[in-house]
Design a protein around this ligand. Structure first.
Ligand code: MF3
Ligand code: CO
Ligand code: CO
Length: 268
């Protein structure tokens, strides 16, 4: 814990120092390496429980701890969200099948810092409409990140994402947001993905947060299943998500969770 980083959530947006950047760089790199390793592993027939085991093994081998393990009663090392699942899909013993799209979301804690990132994976041959959703969702994340610079407002990020997704008539999920993070998993601010430009706090160097747009082919409505976690599209349409953890710098932002292997956009 360094600088203004305190281990409690008090509603203020922390401004982190160089040590914070170093900590997030390390945690973010492990997170990205875990997702890099998933590209060959995700195949028809593999179960999400096997994915979860691999995430946990790689997290521990890399000197980290999965933040989700034991988080508010969640008992797994990652979230695996398939097809119409928006987020917080729980790993299980059902095998992946050809044509599925799956989001894997990992958050290793390394030396107290949280590296939170997710990507989409295509299982075998995937429909054109699913591929297009995944592509547009990746672009939504990167278009949002372009707005993440000092002097801009937090709402500029969600405005850019919303405008772009709307061109395709896709729904932008409002029930889940990006979030501040650092030594805390879910901290202030809330990063809304459908926002108005010029609204919210002004971005300043040292702010750390995630951007993690969830985009639906249909409407933005969400339903939570009886397990209390799994969020699905109310209209059962496909949903996709990408997530990066970033830090605002003097000139723009640093992406802590960028793929060292260059596996940015599927097919990888
Ligand atoms: N990694 C998710 C996020 O992006 C949070 C998962 S919390 C869990 O914020 F408990 F569902 F795993
Ligand atoms: Co997150
Ligand atoms: Co995440």
């Amino acid at each position: 814990m360094t600088g203004n980083a305190v281990a409690q959530r008090d509603g203020t947006i922390k401004l982190h120092d160089a040590q914070g950047f170093a900590g997030m760089r390390k945690a973010g790199r492990l997170a990205a390496e875990i997702l890099d390793a998933m590209t060959d592993f995700v195949q028809p027939g593999v179960t999400t429980a096997q994915i979860d085991d691999k995430v946990r093994e790689m997290t521990l081998a890399g000197g980290g701890i999965p933040a989700t393990l034991g988080y508010r009663g969640y008992a797994h090392s990652c979230c695996t969200s398939i097809n119409n699942v928006i987020c917080h899909g729980i790993p299980n013993d059902k095998p992946l099948k050809e044509g599925d799209i799956i989001n894997i979301d990992v958050t290793p804690i390394v030396d107290g810092w949280h590296g939170d990132t997710s990507r989409m994976y295509l299982v075998g041959d995937v429909s054109i409409k699913a591929k297009r959703l995944v592509d547009v969702t990746y672009d939504c994340l990167m278009i949002g990140i372009e707005q993440a610079k000092p002097g801009n407002f937090l709402g500029d990020i969600g405005a850019a994402i919303y405008d772009y997704a709307s061109k395709y008539r896709y729904g932008v999920v409002r029930d889940f947001c990006g979030h501040g993070l650092g030594t805390i998993f879910h901290d202030a601010p809330e990063v809304v993905h459908a926002a108005r430009a010029g609204t919210g706090p002004e971005l300043r160097p040292g702010m750390f947060f995630t951007i993690e747009p969830m985009i639906n082919i249909g409407k933005d409505g969400v339903k939570i299943l009886d397990d209390g976690w799994t969020a699905v599209t109310r209209d059962r349409t496909l949903s996709a998500q990408f997530e990066h953890s970033i830090g605002i710098t003097e000139t723009g932002c640093e992406i802590f969770t960028e793929s060292p292997a260059g596996k940015h956009r599927p097919p990888y």
